[in-house]
Each structure stands twice: as structure tokens, then as C-alpha cells.
Design a protein around this ligand. Structure first.
Ligand code: ADP
Length: 268
């Protein structure tokens, strides 16, 4: 029952500290073009259970597209995506509808612009995925949703509409909505870049809390200081390829590649 477990706890339990568990996400040779514009060229990524991967890089380098490919919001032209032990999609061979659905279910996305349903209340926004898509019992999901909303300080906002909330509150609802899906992977697409500066800290604090809880996460972010604090690994993407990846201190403080050095020098 919902009361028996901590709703902020990831399914399958916590990852070991530092993300040293088994690989939960394996991406190999991911490629994506829009028309004749190649956006991703053979991107490889690997994330272990409980690990936080931060993806950084210049605007237009393909970060968002890569993230969207991970859960089937974009369809890659080439490459393999494996999530957990159940989902394996080889896009080079053509993915079946069932495989794509499984890929979509394995992760939940937190969007830059929150993407809440404007005509649904806060609670209805959180219930939509678990009840309508996952067909879980409404009563059980409601109890869980209210507990999650309580954890982020928004229990009393359950019946209001998104436009009545600040950006920071809307993004906390976005995060709760993702958690309520109990995904294997949490994907964040520049979760704070649309927020007023004074609201950024709140949302970053919540994401850090989730990292400490052992959630497995991929975060596209411009907040390099945050990436350094929260991520176990940083991947620098430029021109649609992973130029460099490694420990945050190494990539952000002592990059091996000149392109990485130029990028981090401008932002840190
Ligand atoms: P980033 O997240 O690093 O800023 P994006 O992944 O958003 O980069 O975009 C990478 C490139 O792909 C950009 O040149 C962008 O214009 C292009 N792009 C992204 N989505 C589409 C799309 N749906 N149709 C055509 N081009 C796209």
C-alpha cells in the first residue's frame, strides 16, 4: 500500500552511492537527422543504477534531441537504446510499436517549460499518466500523488490550475508528475532555464534530493556548478557527438579536449 513505502524512493530501490550499480541505460551509436541536417552522430552513453549523468554543451549541439531519443519522443535513425533488463530497441533495424511503448514507459521527462496540461488541476496533472496511461487504480495513485505533492510543499495546491502557480511551483508539479510514473529513469531537459533566478535554487534543491535518494537521472543543464555538485558523470556534447565524458571535477575543471575547455571557461 502507498503508506508502506517512501513515495520518493525509486522503483527497484536505491542505487549505490556514486552510481556504481549495474548499467540501467546503455546507448550505442545513436544517430538522428532532421532531413539532411544531421543532429546526432553515433552518441554513446552509459548510466548505472543510482547514477546522475549531466549532459552539457553549446546551444544547438543536440542535447535535447538526444534526451528525447532516450524515451522515444524522437525516433532515432540509428543506434541501440537499452533500459534496465526489459527494454532493448535497435533503431538501425526498425523499432516495433511494442518496443517503442516499452521505451516510453521506462522513463519520465521533466521539461524546460513544464508542459503541464493547462486545463487540468495540479492533482489531475499528476494522476493522468499513472491512471489513464498506466491504468493503475485511481485511489491508490491519488494517495501517492498527494503524498508526493506534500513532499514538495504543494499539497494545498492540489485543486488549482497551472496558471495560478509560480514557475518554480509548476516545475515541482512537473517533477512530481514524473515521479508518479515510477520510471526507471528520470530525464530532465534544462529544468531551470525558464525560471526566474530566485526560483532556480528551489528546483535544483529538489533535484539534488532525488539524486541523494538514489534515482537514476540524465540531466541536460546549463548550470555547471549544479552539475558539479550533483552529477556523478558529465558528458560534453558538441556538434552531435560526445566530445568528452568523465568525473565532473575532471571535465569541468581540467578538461582533456580544447572544445570542452573553451565551453566551460565561458560558463564557470
Ligand atoms: P540543444 O539541446 O543542444 O540546444 P537541440 O537538440 O535542441 O540542441 O537541437 C539540435 C539541432 O537540431 C538544432 O540545430 C535544432 O534546430 C535541430 N532540431 C531539433 N529539433 C528539430 C526538429 N523537430 N526539426 C528540425 N530540426 C530540429
Amino acid at each position: 500500500s502507498p503508506a508502506d513505502h517512501d513515495v520518493l524512493e525509486p522503483p527497484g530501490g536505491h542505487g549505490p552511492p556514486g552510481g556504481t550499480g549495474e548499467p540501467v541505460l546503455v546507448v550505442e551509436g545513436l544517430g538522428k537527422s532532421f532531413g539532411d541536417h544531421t543532429v546526432l552522430r553515433s552518441v554513446d552513453l552509459r548510466v548505472r543504477r543510482g547514477q546522475v549523468l549531466a549532459i552539457i554543451g553549446p546551444s544547438g549541439s543536440g542535447k535535447t534531441t538526444a534526451l528525447r531519443c532516450l524515451n522515444g519522443l524522437e525516433r532515432p535513425d540509428a543506434g541501440r537504446v537499452l533500459v534496465g533488463s526489459d527494454v532493448a530497441v535497435d533503431f538501425s533495424r526498425g523499432a516495433s510499436r511494442t518496443q517503442l511503448a516499452a521505451l516510453r514507459d521506462s522513463s519520465a521527462m521533466v521539461f524546460q517549460h513544464y508542459n503541464l496540461f493547462p486545463h487540468k488541476t495540479v492533482l489531475e496533472n499528476v494522476l493522468e499518466g499513472p491512471v489513464v496511461v498506466q491504468r493503475r487504480p485511481r485511489e491508490e495513485v491519488t494517495a501517492e500523488a498527494l503524498e508526493l505533492l506534500g513532499r514538495v510543499g504543494l499539497a494545498e495546491k492540489r485543486d488549482v490550475y497551472p496558471f495560478e502557480l509560480s514557475g518554480g511551483q509548476q516545475q515541482r508539479v512537473g517533477i512530481v508528475r514524473a515521479l508518479a510514473l515510477r520510471p526507471t529513469l528520470l530525464l530532465f531537459d534544462e529544468p531551470t532555464s525558464a525560471l526566474d533566478p530566485e526560483l532556480v535554487g528551489d528546483v535544483l534543491g529538489l533535484i539534488k534530493e532525488l539524486a541523494d535518494e538514489g534515482w537514476t537521472m540524465v540531466i541536460v543543464t546549463h548550470e555547471l556548478q549544479f552539475a558539479r555538485e550533483v552529477a556523478h558523470e558529465v558528458a560534453f556534447i558538441d556538434g552531435g557527438t560526445v566530445v568528452e565524458r568523465g568525473h565532473p571535477d575532471q571535465v569541468l575543471r581540467d578538461p582533456r579536449e580544447e572544445r570542452t575547455r573553451q565551453f566551460v571557461q565561458r560558463l564557470l
